[in-house]
Design a protein around this ligand. Structure first.
Ligand code: NAD
Length: 512
């Protein structure tokens, strides 16, 4: 890029890290620095063990940060590619911001926990802090880009802050919301459906937007880059997440009707998804959406509507979050009903903790609400296995939301690094996400007999009959995705100790 030679990305998180890596990959002549106040996170980005798990991220970082991609980095052999490093991770605030032609703000914007708008409004502390650093150190004329998801009007707020802290110096503020999904961040960044750039409608605003667009055209066709005004851009991000979450809550609301009738939610989802106007995406019934974005972005949209006096609009969108919470509660109640609301002495295993597969992000996992409900019934143990989440993060999420005053919580919740150990002697196994590891195990030849047994269990026996079998009850409301999970879980049981599979015409089953 002829005009931008140094970029500073503030915030080395799930968005800042992968975005910077892909920008650096496709703009080898631009020096991209990722700045974070969290020195521990920067150290990990500079190490062989990146702080976040995203398929494809390691290779891009090795190429752009280390300048070489090898088959075996430990041995330094089998070199595949070499280039000059142009991706750097740093905690040097003044140096990194001061040298940048363009500064991307990718800091966290969670929901406020207290004060005006608590539970709905956006906590702007991190963003305001970053903007203050920009005001202190940025060179005149640097282009400031909002990558974080922010309330509408934030570009204006940043402009005012910079105007008062750096009077007489002009900065252009762009909105460039990120639409990547965790678990597929690199794929999404490499092949986005679209890139949105919002700017002031002045000629200098257009010039700044073009500078950013030029960085993207290194790998994205120009006609996929939409240049609009900053308000529309900020609002588009909130609306995109609200619409996606709304589809999940809609199909989950239908799953409740299906369970109370003879309908099958997967059949309903398939039937409606074949309608080209509706489409099949985001129509999988499950235990509800999680992760750090959907709930908070809907809360932010709700707060915006409320502040504009649009109460019906606020009420409409807040229902998407309410339904989501009630779906998790319904799932937990179903488990409790199976045990007559008494989990004393029971071990409940959970496969998966992250809100979706292929991420280690434990934030706002739907499992937390389920665990909270189960812990109230004092089970002997909740055994959790997730291939990517680390133990600290899981326990922090549970203690953030769980019954904090219950001193026995830590001893009741155990994190396992082996799924078989987690499920050993469990009374129930809950499949929380659609992690590939659960499915791939199914493909192993040694699982064949397990699958056969599982499908028999699944189709032949009523819930009661399964629990009567003793060691394991299989509970899931996750539709076709989790049917595979159920097979796997049953497979686990066969792996752990052969089960006496109830014969098809078992007199006990027939008499029920
Ligand atoms: P994150 O919490 O993983 O990372 C944010 C980082 O910013 C942290 O490492 C924090 O230490 C750092 N930080 C905060 N204030 C700082 C400051 N003043 N100076 C330097 N570093 C600072 O957050 P995330 O998940 O990457 O999300 C970032 C933004 O992107 C949020 O607004 C989020 O809504 C949005 N977003 C997230 C996703 C996602 O899937 N996670 C997707 C799209 C958009």
């Amino acid at each position: 890029n002829p005009c931008i030679s140094r970029i500073c990305v503030i915030g080395a998180g799930y968005v800042g890290g992968p975005t910077a890596a892909v920008l650096a990959l496709h703009n080898p002549s631009v020096r991209v620095e990722v700045l974070d106040k969290d020195q521990g996170r920067i150290t990990r980005w500079n190490s062989g063990h990146l702080p976040i798990h995203e398929p494809g991220l390691n290779d891009i970082v090795r190429l752009t940060r280390d300048g070489a991609l090898t088959n075996d980095p430990a041995a330094g052999s089998n070199l595949i590619s070499r280039r000059d490093p142009n991706l750097f991770f740093t905690s040097d605030t003044a140096g990194s911001i001061g040298a940048a032609d363009m500064i991307l703000l990718a800091v966290n914007t969670p929901t406020k926990k207290s004060g005006v708008g608590a539970g709905r409004a956006t906590n702007m502390t991190a963003l305001d802090g970053a903007v203050k650093d920009v005001a202190l150190y940025a060179k005149a004329g640097a282009v400031i880009v909002e990558k974080s998801t922010v309330p509408c009007g934030t570009a204006q707020r940043i402009r005012q802050t910079l105007g008062s802290l750096r009077p007489g110096v002009s900065f252009e503020i762009l909105s460039n919301p990120e639409f990547l999904s965790e678990g597929t961040a690199i794929k999404d960044l490499l092949n986005p459906d679209r890139v949105i750039i919002g700017s002031a409608e002045s000629s200098s605003g257009q010039v700044a937007a073009d500078l950013l667009a030029n960085l993207y055209t290194a790998w994205i066709p120009r006609n996929q880059i939409l240049q609009i005004n900053a308000w529309s851009s900020e609002l588009s991000k909130l609306v995109a997440n609200a619409m996606l979450a709304q589809r999940i809550s809609s199909i989950n609301s239908i799953s409740a009707i299906c369970e109370a009738t003879g309908a099958n939610v997967n059949e309903v989802a398939k039937s409606i998804g074949l309608d080209a106007r509706i489409g099949p995406q985001f129509l999988k019934a499950g235990i509800g959406f999680g992760g750090s974005c959907f709930r908070k972005d809907i809360a932010s949209l709700t707060y915006l509507a409320e502040s504009l006096g649009l109460d019906e609009v606020a009420e409409y969108w807040s229902q998407v979050n309410s339904l989501n919470v009630s779906q998790r509660r319904r799932f937990a109640r179903r488990i409790l009903r199976r045990y007559n609301e008494n989990l004393a002495g029971k071990k409940i295993a959970m496969l998966g903790f992250a809100f979706k597969k292929n991420t280690g992000d434990a934030r706002e996992s739907p499992a937390v609400d389920v665990i909270k409900n189960l812990l109230d019934e004092q089970p002997a143990e909740i055994a959790i296995f997730d291939p990517y989440c680390n133990e600290e993060d899981i326990l922090r999420e549970i203690s953030n939301c769980g019954p904090a005053d219950d001193a026995s919580t830590p001893s009741r919740v155990k994190i396992y690094s082996d799924p078989y150990q987690a499920c050993a002697d469990a009374n129930a196994v809950l499949v929380i996400n659609d992690c590939d590891q659960f499915r791939n195990t199914m493909r192993e030849p040694r699982m064949d007999s397990a699958i056969a047994a599982a499908s028999k269990l699944d189709r032949t026996f009523s819930d009661e009959c399964i629990s009567e079998l003793g060691a394991l009850s299989l509970i899931s409301e996750r539709g076709s995705q989790s049917l595979q999970g159920i097979d796997y879980v049953a497979g686990l049981r066969v792996e752990l100790k052969p089960i006496p599979v109830c014969p098809k015409d078992c007199p006990d089953c027939k008499s029920r």
